[in-house]
Design a protein around this ligand. Structure first.
Ligand SMILES: *Cc1c(COP(=O)(O)O)cnc(C)c1O
Length: 381
């Protein structure tokens, strides 16, 4: 068994996981997992299901988006968006900032959707002029809000506007964004935003959460082609989610009831903190982390401060230090960090997740462990 500490702000495993996800859940969130899986016709469950959907809509900043929460991981959600919205045989443009753009590309390719996937310079956001130029004969624009492999945050509104000029849907992977960075679904005028429970929202993994604009939901309802996947099609979920919000059961696939109950509680806590206050907390802690890393001589992969997210930091491994030796030494000092995951940076980066129920004490522990780990790994070489 992992050693855990039960604290007011969450249940913390030791060593302290400063990872992009899963992040530590509040005790009241974890408690929902210990209940028997609810029956789909249980009125109390339906009420919570409805709250979960309404809270998700509020947290993404929408008054009217249709929201769908299905069983699965973030990757399932990406695949569901592609299967539901992208017509096979018609090209799609992917504004890639890292491994998640690469994953969009691989998903589309397997689904028979030709993927045009220019990669931004490492650590930089996509070039809007290039996106505008390449979008011409595509059916949709796919972007990653916060790329947790490169530590880059896109300007979603700016890219979405380019798609809107052409009346084309813009689908956004916000897995590492929601709960830590500002999301303004209605103002951004996007078609779909994908989120997950286990990063900024601090709930257990296992659900894919998708907010869908009215015009995009209409596209799904009026689609004159059939997706090749049955279980990934989001269209049948739309009426079922609307029913759940009315307190009525509707079956599509067995809902992951306990995970929905846990997520409903996690979203309640997000709204109790206040979405704006939560984003501000993440920004403040990120700045403390940056100052500490700069003191240690650790450079970040993303050179432009305005292009960095609030909850994920991708660091350059200092010269002469081995990535694995550094991560092992930091773990010896009580903090788990993550290796680099972007193929273009190879072993030259390591990653720090500081999202969800993260506190100033966590940042201090992280900086202390990185300081000690750097000393150890330099001593060893
Ligand atoms: C974590 C993450 C995913 C994938 O989520 P899984 O639940 O691991 O499938 C997708 N996109 C981004 C940006 C992520 O950070």
């Amino acid at each position: 068994m992992t050693q855990v500490d039960i604290r007011e702000d969450g249940v913390v495993a030791r060593p302290l996981p400063m990872v992009v996800g899963p992040t530590r859940p509040a005790p009241s969130v974890l408690a929902r997992l210990a209940e028997p899986a609810p029956a789909l016709t249980d009125p109390a469950f339906l009420a919570e299901y409805g709250h979960c959907l309404a809270r998700f809509r509020e947290v993404v900043g929408s008054a009217s988006a249709e929201v769908v929460i299905t069983p699965g991981t973030g990757t399932t959600g990406m695949e569901a968006l592609a299967a539901s919205f992208l017509r096979p045989g018609v090209p799609v443009l992917i504004a890639s900032t890292g491994m998640w753009g690469d994953r969009w590309r691989d998903i589309c390719t397997r689904m028979g959707v030709p993927a045009r996937a220019p990669r931004s310079a490492v650590g930089r956001v996509p070039d809007p002029a290039l996106i505008r130029r390449l979008l011409a004969d595509c059916q949709a624009l796919l972007i990653t809000h916060v790329d947790s492999s490169s530590g880059v945050r896109c300007d979603v509104a700016e890219l979405a506007a380019i798609a809107r000029e052409r009346g084309m849907p813009c689908l956004v992977d916000g897995m590492a964004g929601l709960g830590a960075d500002e999301v303004d679904f209605d103002a951004w005028d996007i078609d779909a935003y994908l989120a997950g429970p286990s990063k900024g929202l601090a709930a257990p993994p296992g659900l894919a959460m998708v907010a869908i604009a009215g015009r995009a939901a209409a596209r799904l309802r009026e689609r004159d082609w059939t997706p090749t996947s049955y279980s990934l099609d989001l269209a049948p979920w739309l009426p079922a989610m609307a029913a759940a919000e009315r307190g009525e059961p509707a079956y599509v696939q067995t809902p992951a009831g306990n995970l929905l109950l846990a997520l409903a509680e996690a979203l309640r806590l997000v709204l109790a903190e206040g979405v704006g206050a939560r984003v501000a907390r993440h920004a403040r802690l990120r700045d403390i982390l940056y100052t500490g890393l700069a003191d240690l001589g650790v450079d970040l992969l993303a050179p432009e401060p305005g292009e960095r997210p609030n909850g994920v930091t991708v660091c350059q491994v200092p010269n002469g230090v081995d990535e694995w030796r550094l991560l092992a030494a930091v773990a010896d000092h009580g903090v788990l960090l993550q290796a680099g995951t972007y193929s273009r940076t190879g072993r030259g980066t390591f990653r720090i997740g500081h999202l969800g129920n993260v506190t100033e004490a966590d940042i201090a522990s992280t900086l202390a462990a990185v300081r000690a780990g750097l000393l150890d790994s330099r001593r060893d070489t």
